[in-house]
Ligand binder design. Structure first.
Ligand code: MF3
Ligand code: CO
Length: 252
C-alpha cells in the first residue's frame, strides 16, 4: 500500500526529516581521529531527544543502537561501539527521527581529516547520484526512473550500486511501500503521484557490488574490502519538481 500524503502530513514528515538532517549535520565536529563510533551515537541520541524526537532505529527489528555508523568498506548498518575513527576514513552515518508520530530518514558520508582523492570522489559522486534520483521524483514518472537515474550516474563513474538494500516509502513507519531500488529501468515500477514521500538512498561501492553481512547480523560490508558511501534524503513527489523535506527551504 503506497500512501499519498495530505499536506498537513507532509509538514509532519518535514519536521522529523529536518530535525534528522540538523542533527546529522551537527555531528560533523566529531568526525576527527580518536572519536569512538559510540560517542557519535550518544551525541546523536542526545541531540534528537533534546529536540523532542526519538531515534527511530533504536529497537527497529531489534537494532541495538540509536544510529548506524559505517566506516570505509562497511556499507550500512554498522553498529556503534568502541572503535576509534582514523585519519583518511569515510564515515557513513544513517539516522532516523520520529517526531509526533512521523518519521524522517537521512544519511551522509563524512570524511575524517585528509582523505585520499579517490575516496573523496566516491563520496561526491554518491551524493550527486542521490540528486539525480531526486530530480526524477516528480508526478508522472515511475519509481524505475529514480532507480535508473541513480544507477546510470554511479556506473558512469565506474562504481557499482549495492543491490541488496533499497530506498523506501517513509511516513508513519520507517519502511513503507514502495521499495526504491538504486538500479532499474526507466518507465517501470509504481507510478509516482504528488504527495508520495520517499527516502531515496544510493549505497555505492567503489569496486564490486557484492556485500557480506558480519557475524553481528547487521553490518553490511563490501566483499572486496573497497570503500563505499551512502547519502539519503526524505523527499516528497511534486508536480514538476521534487521537494526535499530534509533540507531547509532555499538550500537546494
Ligand atoms: N536508514 C536505514 C534504511 O534506510 C534503516 C536502518 S535500519 C536499522 O532504511 F535497523 F538500522 F535501524
Ligand atoms: Co532509509
Amino acid at each position: 500500500m503506497i500512501f499519498v500524503r495530505e499536506d498537513w502530513e507532509v509538514e509532519k514528515i518535514r519536521q522529523s526529516a529536518l530535525l534528522a538532517w540538523e542533527v546529522l549535520s551537527s555531528l560533523e565536529p566529531l568526525m576527527v581521529p580518536g572519536t569512538t563510533t559510540k560517542e557519535i551515537d550518544q551525541e546523536a541520541a542526545r541531540l534528537i531527544r533534546e529536540r523532542g524526537g526519538r531515534p527511530t532505529f533504536l529497537g527497529y527489528r531489534g537494532y541495538p543502537a540509536n544510529i548506524c555508523v559505517s566506516i570505509d568498506d562497511e556499507v550500512v548498518h554498522g553498529i556503534p561501539g568502541d572503535r576509534k575513527l582514523e585519519e583518511g576514513q569515510l564515515v557513513s552515518v544513517d539516522l532516523g527521527v520520529t517526531y509526533d508520530g512521523y518519521v524522517g530518514d537521512v544519511a551522509r558520508t563524512f570524511l575524517v581529516g585528509e582523505v585520499p582523492p579517490e575516496k573523496v570522489a566516491l563520496v561526491l559522486e554518491t551524493e550527486r547520484a542521490l540528486w539525480k534520483g531526486i530530480e526524477q521524483a516528480v508526478e508522472g514518472n515511475r519509481v524505475g526512473d529514480i532507480s535508473s537515474a541513480i544507477q546510470r550516474h554511479v556506473e558512469s563513474c565506474g562504481y557499482s550500486v549495492v543491490r541488496e538494500l533499497t530506498g523506501h516509502g517513509v511516513g508513519r513507519e520507517l519502511h513503507e511501500d514502495p521499495q526504491v531500488p538504486n538500479f532499474g529501468r526507466p518507465h517501470t515500477g509504481p507510478r509516482l503521484w504528488e504527495g508520495m514521500v520517499l527516502a531515496i538512498e544510493p549505497m555505492v561501492a567503489m569496486g564490486a557490488p557484492d556485500v557480506v553481512i558480519d557475524p553481528d547480523g547487521w553490518t553490511v560490508r563490501t566483499k572486496d574490502g573497497l570503500p563505499s558511501a551512502h547519502f539519503e534524503h526524505t523527499v516528497v513527489v511534486r508536480r514538476g519538481r521534487a521537494e526535499v523535506l530534509s533540507l531547509p527551504e532555499g538550500y537546494a
